[in-house]
Write a protein that binds this ligand. Structure first.
Ligand SMILES: [Zn+2]
Ligand SMILES: [Zn+2]
Length: 145
């Protein structure tokens, strides 16, 4: 209320501003079929928010640095997400628990992407119509890019 409308900012958008905007857009964009989409978008929005705030508070000459910083944070977030995906059962999506070695436990079944519980329930199924990603890879719920 006591903030008058700012007059148009003098100057023209520089390449650095465009680069930062592109990085922010990148942060807020993930394919909709991304596992953990909501959680990851929230995380990435948080990163973009911090960097945008710093970019506004700092000298405009630091914009390139802010952009690089955001990009490196996004790459780290991506790597973490991939790591998490690898440590999850491909069927029930439950994170593996290496200490749960019961035949139907949550540990990984040998070198497969499945947990022991899913493999046990697949192998024990007496349903003639049983099909799951374990016995029929074409039914994998994730996409096979
Ligand atoms: Zn499982
Ligand atoms: Zn099965």
């Amino acid at each position: 209320m006591d903030h008058p409308m700012p007059s148009a900012v003098p100057g023209k958008p520089t390449e650095a501003v465009r680069e930062l905007l592109a990085a922010v857009l990148e942060a807020l964009t993930l394919p909709h079929d991304t596992p953990d989409y909501d959680a990851r978008i929230l995380r990435r929005a948080g990163l973009a928010r911090v960097v945008a705030g710093e970019a506004l508070a700092e000298s405009p000459s630091n914009l390139g640095w802010n952009t690089d910083y955001l990009r490196s944070k996004l790459a780290a977030e991506q790597a973490e997400a991939e790591q998490r995906e690898k440590n999850k059962c491909g069927r029930c999506r439950t994170p593996f628990d290496p200490s749960d070695m019961a035949f139907d436990g949550r540990a990984r079944h040998r070198e497969t992407p499945w947990c022991r519980r899913c493999v046990a329930s697949c192998h024990e199924s007496t349903d003639a119509f049983h099909a799951c990603p374990i016995c029929d890879p074409s039914r994998r719920s994730g996409d096979d890019r």
